[in-house]
Design a protein around this ligand. Structure first.
Ligand code: SAM
Length: 240
């Protein structure tokens, strides 16, 4: 599990940062939300890829986890601890040792070999986060999401998409819907779906929608994008 993601992201690490600049206005909005939450806290950023959606200088400790060592090598900040590990296990992070866990633009790259396994993988990743978070800790997910129709269509096309991407040596991408993410957070973090804060980011400029898969291939105007960018902020309950 994860071998394809690892080799894909190790291969694109150099190009990724240039293309990620087209998402800067999204990152700016996310930093505004996250900086107050991470201040003075122990934070794990999973799938960091060398891009911060919060200021690591504000935290008590920042640990960046990534499956691809070349993506972690892009981080220039000496204050940051780096661990090469898979989000499904988060090995290297002690249980109940972090106050906040961040996943930004990474969950749609962490999949199984079909729809059922991909939904199970999302549960595995949130369950691993639940183990690593202290009670009252925050799980923060920044993701592009599809509406119900696009999500269903994408699910039907899963095998074909996977095959086409594999032809180019690119790992699978599978975007979730808001409902699916809320449902999995409720099930695996044991929080109430209505307690999860959901913020929609404004797409203010043209951007590269394929930057995590085919960096630098195209740029589209924001209004043409068939999804929405959401930031979910969930809290691990204080008591069982
Ligand atoms: C599209 S990049 C996002 C980077 C950054 N968080 C951002 O917002 O631009 C996805 C990142 O997730 C990492 N990744 C993919 N699969 C992973 C896994 N199973 N475990 C941990 N990291 C993973 C990739 O190596 C890559 O750095």
């Amino acid at each position: 599990m994860g071998d394809n993601e690892k080799s894909h992201f190790n291969a694109i690490a150099g190009k990724y940062h240039e293309t990620a600049k087209s998402w800067e206005t999204l990152y700016v909005q996310t930093r505004q939300l996250l900086n107050p939450i991470v201040t003075g806290k122990r934070v794990a950023d999973v799938g960091n890829g060398g891009v911060f959606v919060f200021d690591p200088g504000l935290t008590k400790k920042t640990t960046c986890l990534d499956i691809a060592e070349s993506m972690l090598a892009q981080i220039q900040d000496d204050r940051v601890e780096k661990i090469v590990t898979d989000a499904r296990s988060m090995d290297g992070i002690a249980d109940e040792s972090v106050d906040a866990i961040v996943f930004n633009f990474s969950l749609h790259h962490i999949n199984g070999s079909n729809v059922r396994e991909s939904l199970q993988t999302l549960e595995d990743v949130i369950s691993a986060s639940n183990r690593k978070l202290v009670r009252g800790g925050k799980l923060i997910i920044g993701e592009p999401v599809f509406n119900r129709l696009m999500f269903t269509l994408q699910s039907l096309l899963f095998p074909v998409t996977k095959l086409i991407l594999a032809t180019f040596g690119v790992s699978m991408i599978y975007q979730f819907s808001q409902t699916v993410i809320l449902e999995k957070l409720a099930r695996c973090l044991l929080c109430r779906p209505e307690s999860v804060m959901v913020h929609e980011l404004e797409i203010r400029n043209s951007f590269d929608p394929l930057g995590g898969s085919f960096p630098g291939t195209i740029k589209i105007p924001g209004w043409f994008y068939p999804g929405r960018f959401l930031v979910f902020i969930a809290t691990k309950p204080e008591a069982d």
